[in-house]
Design a protein around this ligand. Structure first.
Ligand SMILES: NC(=O)c1ccc[n+]([C@@H]2O[C@H](COP(=O)([O-])OP(=O)(O)OC[C@H]3O[C@@H](n4cnc5c(N)ncnc54)[C@H](OP(=O)(O)O)[C@@H]3O)[C@@H](O)[C@H]2O)c1
Length: 266
């Protein structure tokens, strides 16, 4: 007996993540692209734009959330567009996965309001491997102890809009939750003096077309531990987002995390 495919609305469909998601959704028997949503390339066939051949799904604005039968919206758009996407999903009773980073207070408020009425999962990094890195960093921070100097270095393509990355900020939160380390110090320049104990150094490299790298370095005298995740392309983020959408479909309203997705499927 075949089960119905989960109907996905993709917001930011014509962006870098969106186009790769269209390709991977087309190969995944669990899901189907039901709506392609963007402000660019309106009226174009989304499948043709993504190079998988015509899918009969034309690119539309956020109105599509209200008038297309959808199970889950996946959002990789722009921080300024997330609040409206969340409001539309709340009103249409559609689950929402948000991968967009750099969310402002408006977007966070709208996501919280939506999570009272529909299932919502917002994650600055939807890669399974990066979510495993969060767990390993918590373990390393506790093991190295509060005396360890912690530096976070992230590297992304030159077109990335927010700095540091949402993932780097989350990694810092994980360290702080484990050892109380802080404050966060962004880069260093000039006569900054000796490094005080406890601060977390944060460094954002922007170069070329790098899809994303994060290193958390722990150092005490004579001993350094570095944990690094390297994305070779966008597939890890995109596959994790599809897994999150499959996980979220049919769930009770509430706020969910990639940790929940990882626990639900090995
Ligand atoms: N969570 C994760 O694992 C993960 C992984 C990778 C990326 N990201 C995040 O995902 C987001 C998208 O990344 P990307 O590299 O795919 O960016 P992108 O290539 O710029 O794609 C974003 C798409 O959304 C559209 N868009 C922008 N503002 C909009 C608006 N106000 N209303 C409707 N559509 C709008 C853009 O249209 P225009 O071209 O007209 O601007 C573009 O088609 C970023 O926040 C990025 O940091 C998250």
């Amino acid at each position: 007996m075949s089960t119905a495919r989960i109907r996905i609305g993709l917001h930011g469909a014509m962006g870098r993540m969106g186009l790769r998601l269209i390709q991977l959704i087309a190969q995944d028997p669990r899901v189907e692209l039901a709506a392609a949503i963007d402000r660019a390339k309106l009226g174009e066939d989304a499948g043709a734009a993504a190079g998988v051949g015509p899918l009969g799904v034309v690119v539309r604005g956020l109105d599509a959330v209200a008038d297309t039968p959808l199970d889950v919206v996946i959002d990789y758009s722009h921080p300024s567009a997330v609040a409206e996407a969340a409001d539309r999903c709340r009103l249409a009773k559609v689950a929402l996965v948000v991968g967009t980073t750099g969310l402002d207070a408006d977007a966070r408020r709208a996501l919280e309001a939506a999570s009272a009425e529909v299932p919502v999962l917002a994650s600055p990094n939807t890669s399974r491997a990066v979510n495993l890195l969060f767990k390993l960093v918590a373990q390393a921070a506790a093991g190295m102890g509060p005396e360890a100097d912690v530096e976070i270095v992230e590297r992304h393509h030159r077109l990335k809009k927010d700095s540091p990355s949402g993932t780097a900020l989350r990694l810092a939160e994980v360290v702080t939750a484990s050892t109380g380390a802080g404050p966060l110090v962004h880069g260093r320049e000039g006569q900054v003096g000796e490094r005080p104990r406890g601060e977390i150094g944060m460094h954002a490299v922007r170069a070329g077309d790098c899809p994303g790298e994060h290193t958390v370095l722990f150092a005490v005298a004579g001993d350094t531990l570095e944990l690094t995740h390297r994305a070779l392309n966008r597939d890890g983020f995109a596959r994790g987002a599809i897994d999150a959408a499959v996980f979220l479909a049919g769930k009770a309203p509430g706020s969910y995390s990639m940790a929940d997705v990882l626990e639900s499927t090995p």
